[in-house]
Design a protein around this ligand. Structure first.
Ligand code: MTE
Length: 311
């Protein structure tokens, strides 16, 4: 697995990872000695992103994955299929100004100006574990607000049972839309109780700054007990629905991706075991925890459900 460092780190940025700095110096030394090809730099400069004031309300109790990996190793198919593509190519995305429409089965639909929302919202920093179905994982200091705070503003109707999310689909900003790999726009969905759960975050930043484009600027979903693909990026629309909404991965390969997508070491994906995982930056694999370690908080949502059937 190769990972490029396609952006510059903020000057004097305090990352918690001494390891990261050490590795950077080694890599710089190797590059200076002519042992490495020059990295492909993009204009996505994390250091230029606005800082966010946020109080830390939740800690994963583990060191965070270095920013270089969080913002350099991504899935964002609107910018290509390679893990390095989003960091190299997502500078064509224009995350400001940005409007997010929240509607469907609600009393008071709204259209949010995301910049104004970020400036006024009581932002929290929450360090969450994040696991991809492919078997890698990270620990990420997100900044955002509980999604429930955003959703309750519109006063959902009693008939609403699900929440559907949609990403921007603008070919002028997203070169990957030329590829028919998914049925665009990218879509995700949650059951209402999952969407309103206090751990579900509408994220607008990471590592104390606004989201880098490649991580889903300006607003994306983070559901820490579910697989990464439930974390839909660059959201333009949220709709309350009565019926279970379609999701991009379920439409693409229904036998591999169900609607629920809970992190569950007991239910393997047809191509990848879910029993163990590798933290980015670590060598040895570790056991994957039921609901990604958040079982005490979320297991009640699925009481009585056969999670092999509803995978
Ligand atoms: N959202 C959109 N719009 N398009 C995508 O391709 N990929 C998903 C999810 N959200 C994806 C997306 C997948 S598969 C993962 S693992 C996470 O984003 C990756 O988030 P990260 O790049 O911030 O780690």
């Amino acid at each position: 697995m190769t990972r490029s460092r396609p952006f510059s780190l903020p000057e004097g940025e305090a990352t918690p990872e001494a390891l990261y700095l050490g590795r950077r110096q080694i890599v710089a030394g190797m590059a200076a000695a002519g042992l490495l090809p020059a990295p492909a730099f993009a204009t996505t400069d994390v250091g230029k992103l606005a800082r966010l004031g946020a109080r830390r309300t939740l800690d994963a109790g583990e060191p965070a994955t270095p920013l270089a990996d969080v913002a350099g190793y991504n899935n964002f198919y609107e910018f290509g299929l390679d893990k390095g593509d989003p960091a190299r190519r997502a500078d064509t995305l224009k995350p400001s100004p940005w409007t997010l429409r929240i509607g469907g089965l609600v009393q008071k639909p709204v259209t949010l100006d995301v910049d104004r929302f970020v400036a006024r919202a009581p932002l929290e920093e929450r360090v969450y574990r994040f696991r991809c179905v492919e078997g890698w994982s990270m620990v990420i200091p997100w900044v955002g607000v509980p999604l429930s705070a955003l959703l309750s503003v519109v006063e959902p109707l009693g008939s609403a049972r699900y929440v559907a999310f949609r990403t921007l689909a603008d070919p002028a900003q997203m070169p990957g839309l030329r590829s028919p790999v998914l049925d665009w726009p990218y879509r995700e969905g949650l059951r209402l109780d999952e969407a309103m759960h206090p751990l579900t975050l509408a994220a607008v930043g990471l590592y104390g700054r606004r989201l880098p484009n490649q991580n889903g600027a300006p607003i994306r979903l983070v559901v820490p007990w579910k697989y990464g693909f439930k974390s839909i990026k660059s959201i333009v629309a949220i709709d309350f629905t009565e019926r279970q909404p379609e999701t991009s991965w379920n439409m693409a390969t229904p036998g591999e991706y169900g609607f629920f997508s809970n992190v569950n070491p007991n239910v393997d994906h047809p191509r990848w075991s879910q029993a163990r995982e590798r933290r980015i930056g670590e060598f040895r694999r570790r056991d994957t925890l039921l609901f990604n370690g958040y079982a005490a908080d979320v297991a009640g949502l699925y009481r009585g459900m056969d999670l092999k059937r509803f995978f």
